[in-house]
Design a protein around this ligand. Sequence first.
Ligand code: GLA
Ligand code: ZN
Length: 667
Amino acid sequence: MNAAREARTAGRTWFGADWNPEQWDREVWRTDVELMVAAGVNLATVGVFSWSSLEPRPGKYTLDWLVEVLDLLAEHGIDADLATPTASPPPWLGVRWPETRTVTETGVRLSHGSRNHFCPSSPVYRERCRAVVAELVRRCAGHPAVALWHVGNEYGQVCFCDLCAEAFRRWLQRRHGDLDTLNRAWGTAVWSQGYAAWEEVLPPRAAPYVVNPAQRLDFRRWTSDALLELYLEQKELIRAADPTTPITTNAMGFFAGVDYRRWTPHLDVVSDDSYPDPADPASVVGSAMTADLMRGLADGRPWMLMEQAWSTVSWREHNVAKSPARMRREAFQALARGADGLCWFQWRQAADGPERFHSALLPTAGPDTRQHRAVRALGAEVAALGRLPGAVPAEVAVLFDWPSWWAHSEAGLPSARLRPLEQLRRWYEVCWRQGTTVDLRGGGDDLAGYRALLAPTAFLLDAATRERLTAAVEGGAHLVLGPFSGVVDEHTRLWQEPVPAGLAGPLGARVEEHLPLPDDAAVELHPEPGTELPAGRALLWAEWLRAEQAEVWLRFAGGPADGGPAVVSRGWGRGRVTYLGCVPDDALLAAVLTRCLGLAGAATDPGHPDGVEVVRRGGDLLLLNHADGPRRYRLAEPMTDRLTGARHAGSIELEPDAVRVLTKEDL
Ligand code: GLA
Ligand code: ZN
């Protein structure tokens, strides 16, 4: 059975959607699958929120309808991505066992009536999850339609209840050992927080003033680990019955609730839900960055888009529509950046519930619509292309770690305006705008082979990461650190040594003061001779840097660090460390990073046409024109467009919204 399924799915790019047949009468089901086939849909995610339809009363299982749905899919050659229904418990669970429901920071126990109202630490919730999943597995594992398992949905619950307090304490005991160590790690001598007994340790519940940042940081870590346990518990049940079918759960890109780096080693396929805002023309940069994050997290395994919106969502204040051409561009962007599947939320537009105005592949207005015709056209293109072979090569890694993001998002920092994701995005955009493909990696990843490591926001640098980065520099990488880097350790305690901690030595410079700029400060950044950098402006932030052995590239002119170094750099081992003690304006940031990439020997293209995204995937070169106007792109060699068969040499004209999938071969 598996061999037959593998033969069917090999070479396919998954193209599909969430399908919720339990919301519709049976007559609609057959129409749906027939329309799916006509649209090129080859994967349907079923069962995500079906718990009350699968177990209407405790222990009374009604799975026949689901098996019927799977049969129908198999009959039509459509793969099923079979979800466990545990993201939304039925009302009976929370009514009979109130302790299964989430408690907020302020002590409010949430009700059913929406979704996701579970407490990850509730033994009853977990037992009922295992029971319903066991039944699902008993009935459906080995079904010829099932090509992927989808555990839960968008894990991200945060609960502050007493059960979570107990589980948090057990986790803290494993992490810190004894209470003295915890007291030291959390710095509880501040504000009389010293714990005398484990029972006194709580989740960071609402309190009169700023809560202990180390406690909050550990609680975020615990929450991520606690949710991961839920995933693993279900994964094990599935694996015991079905040894081969890949298992996933859908991530949410740069989602703060969970450290995906700790999760994705347990996913056979990394899958992501991505909802770039069509009202923002630059959101294509964010979606590119998210795709690169997913590829990095997958670390050689496949990744796919599990959910995106065909046009509007229904959860923004003002839901701007996506043009079909933009949707197509976004779809090819994911393929270019390594995705092996494109799925949407959802197949048929809902008639009921809070998401009935969310777009779908099949709108309420039916198949004979502009929207659905565009779905079919894209389905046909994706089917004709087949799976795009090959990896996405990158010489540059951009470093991003959840614990640092978390610690850098707490209250009590010199400035809340130096936002880590915003700075990450600015640095990423510099690479994107010049067509330099990057991988998003973590400090704990294997960083060998990258010419440049860009770390725009490495506020928290633990001892192991410092050492790895130093080793990477010694081995030949050019490490570029953003402002406010290497400031705190894993407990978010200030390093009691020169900053950037662990790297100040190799850099030959150290930070003495962090100096957020007054709103009206006009601070310029002036280049030192020989750097060939332009002058520019410093935004938000300055630092008092003492450069001992480092070369100075830029100096502050004006403001609290007037005349002092703003960007410093030094060769070390076979590589180099550069440190930005400032936030340069866009043009100057681009110039500084381009200089760094150049020194690192990474390819850069100063003439890269603005708004054109270019990515190499295996032997293919994908070009997307996100700009308003036409663009021209120079080809290094003659290439053929796999979508149209057209042969291009010299340069290629790209109309707005253009998508080209070029190969060297003559087709
Ligand atoms: C998330 C969920 C879906 C749906 C969409 C709407 O991604 O997983 O169930 O609510 O958002 O955009
Ligand atoms: Zn709880």
